[in-house]
Write a protein that binds this ligand. Structure first.
Ligand code: MUC
Ligand code: MG
Length: 367
């Protein structure tokens, strides 16, 4: 089987409710659908969600780098030759989301050709993931209402609270309101998206000391090298690295430097091949992971779940797999369902993605 073509299709689906956080805001899923065609007639599929404010990629840049550089680099290769594809793509630095979508589409093809799911191909640990839901910036009342609604509708009881506003008292009030409203029936953790300085983060963590937070993600920027180490040393909760660790080398740097205790793995930015490396690296170093969300649509969430469920360590914690609930629509013929706080992995073969062509025609932006 050989790769005969790669399509990068920009599409946009509006959000019902924008998601706001310290580094930006998302009000439409302006993503790129990636399809890898083969001479066997099989098509591998994945989606690339650009986050310009985080990695500098845009919908336009992702399409351009795939059309102009990555597609020509993989044409004629066997989808099994993922290491060759990666070696060729690695000549171009950056562009993690574009590379990852292509990588996941290749794994989809390998799974399809063998007749097995990607979860089984990777590790086959379980067939489902517990789900954590992200609460974007709003008033304490609105965020408590949102958590109650999501718990009622989908049985989700783990919430990641977006923090990093200034003054931090706004976010402390939200976390306190959530804990008071739900007591010990919910798990809470926070994500600052680099919004605070190390000293602001230290004060905020101290003010939330009694709230039983499971961990705190990316409270201040990785470039605050000494400040981050200082923060980690005194933090009463484990600190996780997210956008500071887009590569395995970054993971090494953050962990060995004492700047993080755990790692967020996002298939949108490390695909399956590199996510696997990061996961094994964390396992080898005895470090916790969480399956994060790059504000993926249903295709991306399905990919995260497929990876998370494949391994013991990545399925241990609830994964962030519910951002698609904020979208008005999506491209799958069979929408994802979160039931009793869990998302089941598609049984495949491959990733089990089937695109509704009528919806793609409606939302694609290149025609
Ligand atoms: C998160 O965990 O930070 C926000 C920006 C991004 O790249 O991912 C989201 C969620
Ligand atoms: Mg994060």
């Amino acid at each position: 089987m050989k790769i005969t073509g790669v399509e990068a299709i920009p599409f946009s689906v509006p959000y019902a409710k924008p998601l706001r956080f310290a580094s930006g805001e998302v009000s439409a899923a302006e993503h790129v659908l990636v399809r890898v065609h083969t001479d066997a007639g099989l098509v591998g599929t994945a989606e690339a969600p650009p986050r310009p404010f985080t990695y500098g990629e845009t919908q336009t840049s992702i399409k351009a780098v795939i059309d102009g550089i990555f597609a020509p680099a993989v044409l004629g290769l066997s989808p099994l030759a993922r290491e060759v594809a990666h070696q060729r793509m690695a000549r171009t630095v950056g562009n993690p989301t574009a590379k990852s979508a292509l990588d996941m589409a290749l794994w989809d093809l390998v799974g399809q050709s063998l007749g097995v799911s990607v979860t089984d191909l990777l590790g086959g640990f379980t067939d489902r993931m517990r789900v954590a839901h992200m609460l974007g910036f709003d008033t304490p009342e609105a965020m408590v209402d949102e958590a109650a609604r999501i718990r009622e509708l989908h049985g989700i009881s783990t919430f990641k609270v977006k923090v990093g506003r200034r003054p931090a008292a706004l976010d402390v009030a939200v976390c306190r309101a959530l804990r008071e409203a739900f007591g010990s029936t919910v798990e809470l953790y926070v994500d600052g998206n680099r919004g605070w300085s190390p000293s602001e983060a230290a004060r905020a963590l101290k003010a939330m000391e009694d709230l039983d937070l499971s961990f705190a993600e990316e409270l201040c920027p990785a470039d605050d090298v000494l400040g981050r180490r200082w923060l980690v040393r005194q933090s009463s909760v484990p600190t996780f690295a997210d956008e500071s660790v887009p590569t395995p080398a970054d993971v090494t740097r953050e962990l060995l430097g004492g700047s993080a205790d755990g790692i967020s793995i996002k298939t949108a930015r490390t695909g399956f091949t590199t996510s696997q490396r990061v996961l094994f690296q964390c396992e080898g170093m005895g470090v916790d992971v969480v399956m994060g969300n790059q504000i993926d649509g249903q295709i991306g969430s399905l990919c995260s779940a497929a990876f998370g469920a494949a391994f013991a360590l990545s399925s241990r914690r609830p994964g962030e797999l519910s951002n698609f609930l904020d979208m008005t629509d999506d491209l799958l013929t069979e929408p994802l369902q979160i039931v009793d706080g869990e998302l089941a992995v598609r049984q495949g073969p491959g990733l089990g993605i089937r695109i509704d062509e009528e919806k793609l025609t409606r939302y694609r932006q290149d025609r």
